[in-house]
Design a protein around this ligand. Structure first.
Ligand SMILES: [Zn+2]
Length: 395
């Protein structure tokens, strides 16, 4: 790995939570105790068999053999215990039950990446408002949202005024702008669409997430418009306009975008975003993802996405160590959007969002977006979630 985006936050988090009130129940010390799991928390550089004690919705202790009483105990022996997973590119605000479905997968925070634009942004915000876990939306620069004839094929749909008004009305729930730039979405407008997205994003100090791959404009030209904190999703998209050239080298403009603080995200999805040969050549260069994401929709279960833990498993057989895969879906993702800043960690005092995963060994098949299968001998399976200190068993 040529660069580490592990951002160890022990100091800042300790300061952040130092003033939090701590009231223990009279009888039991903990509300919930997760016993005997392999705790992997890259934010704390932790990988050991530990117990996790939870009190008042917050992490109260991460130690070996906690013996104090707890109202409820979960047996995590044989399981991996990680901070709750954060999925920064989903479409789970397209349906009301989406958030509850991904919560079952260990996802304790999600971003809906551009399902709707200015015209119908209220629909996705309504889902975010009733979501059990933290959920926020990116507004599509195209005012009609994702549409089959191309979100911004008609450049008038990239309506700066409508975009600005929608954001101004919904500052609490719109946390960025999504610009989908493929040729079948934006056509020859890709650069102008991104320029308009950036004009509005900069005014509100928001990040832009671009959907790269199969664009008409060369990727380096589009990257010139990205600022620190912006996100490139679908980083494994095959040519034309992939992040890697025919000789297997990462484009210099891609390297420099990462150096100036642009994030590179997986965005598994269903069509055009992942092909094993491109993934292999990118992984070989050491230019690894900052974050995993599913690009989840309600048919993800049957399209090779399945769930975030399955997407995280896809790179294990290409040399990504288990703790690095977990870092991508926890601490790294917590750095991308402000609302996740106190998440992605099991630091004492942090909100008690936890994912239990089972890492099974065997022969597993993983799909890209082109019907190609690739074998692997390890796969994460979701095995239970804790949200705000409350145990949610896998149904
Ligand atoms: Zn998407």
């Amino acid at each position: 790995m040529n660069r580490r985006r592990f951002l160890y936050t022990a100091m800042s988090s300790a300061a952040m939570f130092a003033g939090a009130p701590r009231v223990f129940g009279a009888a039991a010390k903990y509300d919930l105790l997760i016993k005997g799991g392999r705790v992997i928390d890259p934010s704390l550089r932790l990988d050991a068999v530990y117990d996790v004690g939870i009190s008042d919705g917050r992490i109260a202790a991460v130690e070996a053999n906690i013996t104090a009483e707890s109202v409820q105990t979960v047996d995590a022996r044989g399981k991996i215990v990680t901070p709750g997973l954060l999925d920064i590119h989903t479409h789970c605000a397209r349906l009301g039950e989406g958030p509850a479905m991904v919560l079952q997968d260990g996802v304790t925070g999600w971003i809906d990446a551009g399902s709707q634009g200015a015209d119908h942004i209220a629909d996705t915000i309504a889902v975010a408002k009733t979501s059990p876990q933290q959920g926020r939306v990116l507004i599509n620069v195209g005012r009609a949202g994702v549409v089959s004839d191309g979100d911004t094929m008609d450049i008038n749909r990239a309506d700066v005024g409508a975009l600005r008004d929608a954001i101004a009305r919904n500052r609490d729930f719109i946390v960025g702008i999504k610009a989908r730039l493929s040729r079948d979405v934006a056509g020859t407008n890709d650069y102008e669409v991104l320029r308009r997205a950036q004009e509005v994003a900069t005014a509100f100090n928001l990040p832009v997430m671009i959907h790269m791959g199969q664009t008409l404009s060369p990727l380096p030209r589009l990257l010139t418009l990205l600022k620190p904190g912006d996100i490139v999703t679908h980083m494994f998209a095959p040519p034309p306009n992939s992040i890697v050239d025919e000789t297997g080298h990462i484009l210099p403009e891609v390297m420099s975008a990462r150096r100036r603080g642009v994030w590179f995200d997986v965005g598994n999805g269903q069509t055009g975003h992942m092909r094993w040969d491109t993934i292999e050549s990118i992984m070989k260069t050491g230019f690894w993802p900052d974050t995993f994401s599913t690009d989840w929709t309600n048919n993800s279960r049957t399209t090779g996405v399945i769930d975030l833990p399955n997407c995280m498993s896809k790179l294990l057989s290409l040399g990504m160590p288990v703790p690095v895969a977990i870092a991508c879906a926890t601490v790294n993702a917590s750095r991308t959007f402000e609302i996740f800043r106190d998440r992605g960690t099991l630091n004492v005092g942090a909100p008690a969002d936890v994912a239990l995963l089972e890492l099974r060994s065997g022969n597993f098949e993983f799909l890209d977006n082109y019907g190609n299968k690739r074998g692997g001998n390890q796969r994460f399976f979701p095995s239970g979630t804790v949200l705000g200190g409350k145990w949610i068993p896998r149904a």
